[in-house]
Design a protein around this ligand. Structure first.
Ligand SMILES: [Zn+2]
Length: 356
């Protein structure tokens, strides 16, 4: 909790110039959740892996919000009359690559990654390089801190600097989260993630200086891609034999695609984490974490089926990430956590012996 409070204090330390730090923090939280290490261990995070997660966060955000085009992700750097409108470099790189990748037929960032596209590989390389310059250099520096004051709360940033070359970055190796930081981020993820997202929304409102609706923005910036989810309805209904994934009641007219591991804990929009439910189960479960059986049944579906669902929807499978996230979540949630089994049916989590 102490670490979470210090991270929140960093977020509150002053006005940001861009949303870079927020994207990077969310990416680090995801790394911690999906790579569960013992409580006092370090965690090595490859910079390209971090870059892929940052790309995933910006991917939906750089699409046009209105006819006015994409939302500003920072203050204009240089002249706002430049062709790029002064958009900060990372979202600009992603916006350009996204257009090219969509022309190649890749709807989501994960699908682009899975395809092995050259455009995507170059994007990862460019974003990783930019991350190493900024924000990794300044992530832990309070905005209003006197010159030279920095904290090394999360990782040793001394190897990153604003003019680091690609060669120097390659030689640097991974970013290493300090002992205990990964476990703390993982355990505080359900609290930290919404704080970072709300901060991001507030920054977008500030940068765009227009009347923006917070609720609409939250869905636009962080929601799942609705049209891809709708394409999952029919194929999911088929493989579930027309029944709700949770209660097995026959599905009626308006089923819902549910994230088994809730989006608020880990944003996994892969078919390994998606099931079809009736409205009653869906509205009862909301953002609750289900009992582990449901998650295991979801990832235990034949991989060929998950791949067929992926083909039908344009969404990735993400079986490995979903499996790892389940291990990370279920082995570390505290005893006493309320889990959802079915409509009006809950269980109190007991930590299993030998899992810490
Ligand atoms: Zn149901």
């Amino acid at each position: 909790m102490a670490l979470a409070q210090r991270v929140v204090a960093l977020l509150e330390s002053g006005a940001r110039q861009s949303t870079y730090k927020l994207a990077t923090l969310l990416a680090l939280i995801d790394e911690a959740v999906e790579n569960p290490v013992p409580e006092s261990a370090e965690l090595a995070v490859a910079i390209p892996s971090l870059a892929q997660r940052v790309i995933g966060y910006y991917w939906p955000q750089v699409r046009p919000y209105t006819t006015g085009g994409p939302l500003r992700q920072g203050w204009p750097q240089g002249s706002a009359t430049r062709p790029d409108g002064g958009m900060p470099r990372i979202p600009r790189l992603i916006e350009e690559a996204r257009a090219a990748l969509r022309a190649e037929g890749h709807v989501t960032a994960d699908r682009a990654r899975e395809s092995g596209s050259r455009v995507y590989q170059l994007l990862v390389r460019d974003v990783a390089h930019q991350l190493a310059r900024n924000p990794l250099t300044y992530l832990q520096t309070p905005v209003r801190a006197p010159q030279g004051v920095t904290t090394d709360l999360l990782f040793d940033a001394s190897g990153f600097h604003n003019s680091i070359s690609r060669a120097a970055l390659d030689a640097h190796g991974p970013l290493v989260l300090r002992p205990g930081v990964a476990a703390a981020l993982r355990e505080c993820a359900p609290l930290l993630r919404p704080v970072v997202e709300m901060t991001w929304i507030a920054d977008i409102v500030r940068f765009n200086a227009t009347e923006l609706d917070h609720d609409d923005l939250a869905g636009f910036l962080f929601g799942a891609d609705r049209s891809s989810l709708i394409r999952l309805h029919d194929p999911l209904r088929d493989i579930q034999h027309g029944r709700c994934f949770y209660c097995a009641a026959p599905l009626r007219a308006t089923p819902h695609v549910d994230h088994v591991l809730p989006w608020s804990r880990v944003p996994l929009d892969g078919t390994a984490n998606l099931v079809l439910t009736d409205a009653r189960c869906n509205s009862n479960k909301l953002a609750m974490l289900p009992v582990r059986d449901h998650h295991e049944r979801a990832i235990g579906r034949p991989e060929t089926l998950l791949r067929d669902l992926s083909e039908a929807s344009g969404l990735p499978v993400l079986l490995d990430r979903t499996t790892d996230a389940g291990i990370g979540i279920y082995t570390t949630i505290p005893t006493g956590t309320l889990l959802w089994r079915g409509r009006g049916s809950y269980e109190i989590h007991q930590r299993r012996r030998g899992t810490g």
